[in-house]
Design a protein around this ligand. Structure first.
Ligand SMILES: *[C@@H]1O[C@H](CO)[C@@H](O)[C@H](O)[C@H]1NC(C)=O
Ligand SMILES: *[C@@H]1O[C@H](CO)[C@@H](O)[C@H](O)[C@H]1NC(C)=O
Length: 274
């Protein structure tokens, strides 16, 4: 007797689990992903033959008390890119409930200010939607004692990502999941001494506005994420240099193009490393 046919949803979930376990077991298939949902749009000239695999599905992690610019700086840049080529955005939270930027601990809001906006996730970590890039922001979130679901999700999704991008102290969150071990990475120089012990096996780089190390890209503090995003666009998307030129002009941002251009390392007394 055949058991009742499982639902399509269950089958899809089973496939995802199977792919995830294959990815963990065998690094050769780590890049394997389900078919791109934008394959139709690639047929009508929106994709570039010369750059066949630009990252199109961008996930942004929304841990409680994340720094706003860490998410919305890169998102601003990529949203402009999305007007020139097909991109899909995924806002990832523990649940679909709005995520507040208010710190968990009252001691981090000692004047009881009501100055914390909320943002709506589009997917949960458990949904595990197929994404090419995960952006991990920092902020007060990185000092939270309760990051279990975020750390588990980063660990789970990392093998199937094209790129993991950490912004600011998001590197501390990613480091706690172990995926930065052995990688060169940087983080906010003002938070260096708090963040770097979260990843004792990470090759922390100073000075650095941002660091590229294979599939791991990491930026220094907050606004450095905007410069990282511009460099990412320049390298990964069709006509990237022209895109950077036009987007930076329209938002009137003076892009720092040298990853070593980091006055904050000296300012905060962080010795050169890696
Ligand atoms: C903090 O402010 C909220 C209103 O925003 C108020 O309801 C609450 O009682 C205040 N808490 C303290 C400890 O003052
Ligand atoms: C590249 O971008 C520039 C400036 O936006 C535009 O003029 C040019 O047509 C673009 N080239 C391609 C191949 O899309």
């Amino acid at each position: 007797m055949m058991p009742a046919a499982p639902s399509v949803g269950l089958l899809a979930k089973g496939l995802t689990v199977l792919l995830a376990s294959l990815s963990l077991a065998n690094p050769v298939v780590a890049g394997a992903l389900p078919p791109r949902s934008d394959s139709k749009s690639c047929g009508n000239g929106m994709c570039n033959a010369a750059m066949p695999n630009p990252p199109r599905r961008i996930g942004f992690m929304l841990p409680r008390a994340f720094d706003i610019i860490d998410v919305f700086g890169p998102l601003e840049v990529l949203q402009a890119v999305s007007r020139k080529t097909h991109l899909e955005m995924f806002m990832l939270g523990r649940t679909l409930d709005p995520v507040t930027t208010e710190p968990v601990s009252a001691s981090m809001n000692q004047f009881n200010s009501s100055f914390y906006p909320t943002f709506n996730p589009t997917h949960t970590y458990a949904d595990n939607p197929p994404i090419d890039v995960l952006v991990v922001p920092g902020g007060a979130a990185a000092r939270s004692p309760d990051l279990g679901p975020e750390i588990e999700y980063i660990k789970k999704v990392f093998p199937s990502l094209q790129y993991l991008i950490t912004i600011c102290t998001g590197a501390g969150i990613a480091a706690q999941s172990g995926v930065l071990d052995g990688h060169r990475a940087t983080t906010n120089k003002a938070a260096w001494n708090t963040m770097t012990p979260m990843g004792p096996k990470v090759k922390w780089v100073s000075p650095a506005r941002w660091v590229e190390d294979g599939k791991v890209w990491s930026s220094s503090g907050v606004t450095a994420g905007i410069d990282l995003a511009f460099e990412f666009v320049r390298q990964k998307y069709e006509n990237g240099s022209a895109l950077v030129e036009s987007i930076s002009g329209s938002i009137e941002h003076t892009v720092i193009t040298d990853w070593r251009d980091d006055p904050w390392s000296a300012k905060f007394g962080i010795p050169p490393s890696n």
